[in-house]
Design a protein around this ligand. Structure first.
Ligand code: CP3
Length: 400
């Protein structure tokens, strides 16, 4: 097979991998370096498309899977085992909605329907129902335990990604009480109660930062912030109600890690649907990696990011990146291509990777992924073909 046979004539010996990792492609790409092929992982890679996940879910309720570190670490490992040698990262099994739970709201997961809040925030006075001072260690320590247990199980095979939801996306769930087509309740808050909305967003942002720092201390080697509903906002509202909190989180996490003498880890910002208008701003928001969805042409994103943020130089005291590095990009195949057979997958991966087809091209600083999470109906073998094709094509691109 061509998979692991990539050798570059005259290339230097690969240096020892970082932090005891046997595969640090992800971390190198995130820091803007060239890699011998693109590292690849997939949002929601542990999920319902895997029969082994569905089997576990028959016996355990969704949030029980999140809260039980043995189960959560086992689910995290499922795709790593199935796609052994093909995935370059694990992402801890959990959910973005554990933060609203930690703030005191009840969140249920209804099979086939998604998340449901029996008592959402209807009016700003309902913020009084939220816990004033959340003890993150006590409320979310189970995630830290799951991270520690997963690091042991991974034994350095690939890095482990921690994550949280972004303040706007979490506020949207807390006010809507679940998913929504129009987000009219959450947007009514933004327009009718802008100051109280900002207060809520800031309270969430503080928790996000503390939670991410805790995940790094527990062993997360990279972080992603999911702003899945960023694209529901107007450009101006995105800059008012989402972007400032995304920036705040990146800075707060770096500050806090630095003052506790813990090395910074690369951070990924996924502001889904907002990059058509705000990519230059997101590129300067303090993240090492900008994740893009399928509505953004990779070559255009490369160009815009190179112009807007030629090098990230974080504030003094940040342990990493003091010399500055290129912003890396992550993404962005439409997950629905995975339903269309191997030929379509191959075509889409070619387009995604090759510069002459509008793709990311070959100068490194690139992490292959989908443009959003993998969906429940995908055949696990289609996922395998996607991963193998990314290995092959991105190695060809890097060698060219
Ligand atoms: O990526 C991974 O494999 C790690 C685990 C992970 C889950 N949710 C597991 C999950 C991650 C990173 C998330 C993030 C998440 N959760 C997001 C942001 C990413 C995105 O897709 O936009 C959002 C918006 C949520 C909220 C959420 N959780 C929804 C809307 C749903 C139901 C719809 C769906 O896609 O299933 C969930 C449930 C959920 N989270 C499942 C999984 C595997 C399926 C639930 C089940 O087993 O019944």
């Amino acid at each position: 097979t061509h998979l692991n046979s990539f050798t570059r004539k005259g290339a230097p010996e690969p240096r020892a991998a970082e932090g005891g990792l046997r595969n640090d492609l992800l971390l190198r790409a995130a820091r803007g370096e060239e890699t011998e092929r693109a590292p690849v992982w997939v949002m929601r890679q542990a999920g319902r498309y895997l029969p082994e996940f569905r089997a576990l879910r028959e016996k355990h309720e969704f949030f029980e899977c999140c809260r039980n570190p043995e189960l959560a670490s086992e689910i995290t490992m499922q795709p790593i085992r199935r796609y052994s040698g093909l995935l370059d990262a694990a992402i801890i099994f959990s959910d973005i909605l554990v933060i609203p739970q930690a703030m005191g709201l009840v969140v249920e997961m209804h099979p086939g329907k998604g998340p449901h809040f029996p008592a959402p925030l209807v009016e700003p006075k309902d913020m009084e129902r939220l816990t004033k001072k959340v003890d993150v260690e006590k409320e979310l320590g189970y995630v830290y335990d799951a991270i520690r247990m997963t690091r042991t199980k991974l034994a350095g095979e690939v890095p482990l990604i921690g994550f949280c939801g972004a303040p706007w996306t979490l506020m949207a769930y807390m006010v809507e009480g679940g998913g929504s087509k129009t987000f009219e309740k959450a947007k009514r808050w933004l327009y009718k109660y802008p100051e109280q909305s900002k207060e809520l967003l800031q309270r969430i942002a503080d928790l996000c930062a503390e939670f991410l720092v805790g995940q790094v201390k527990a062993g997360a080697q990279m972080l992603q912030v999911f702003d899945s509903w960023a694209g529901e906002l107007t450009p101006d509202d995105f800059r008012t109600f989402s972007l400032p909190y995304l920036k705040y989180i990146a800075a707060a996490v770096r500050d806090e890690l630095s003052s506790s003498s813990v090395k910074a880890v690369p951070m990924i910002c996924f502001a889904k649907g907002a990059l058509g208008h705000s990519l230059p701003d997101v590129a300067k928001a303090g993240y090492d990696v900008v994740a893009i969805d399928w509505t953004v042409e990779p070559s255009v994103a490369r160009h815009i990011v190179a112009q807007a943020a030629p090098g990230v130089v974080y504030h003094k005291g940040a342990a990493a990146n003091e010399a500055g590095h290129r912003i890396a990009l992550q993404g962005n195949m439409d997950p629905s291509v995975l339903y269309a057979g191997n030929e379509a997958i191959e075509r889409a991966v070619e387009r995604m990777c090759r510069a002459r087809k509008g793709g990311f091209g070959g100068s490194g600083a690139y992490i292959a992924n989908l443009g959003h999470g993998i969906t429940p109906g995908v055949d696990p073998e289609a996922m395998r073909f996607f991963l193998k094709t990314v290995h092959r094509v991105s190695a060809e691109v890097a060698a060219a």
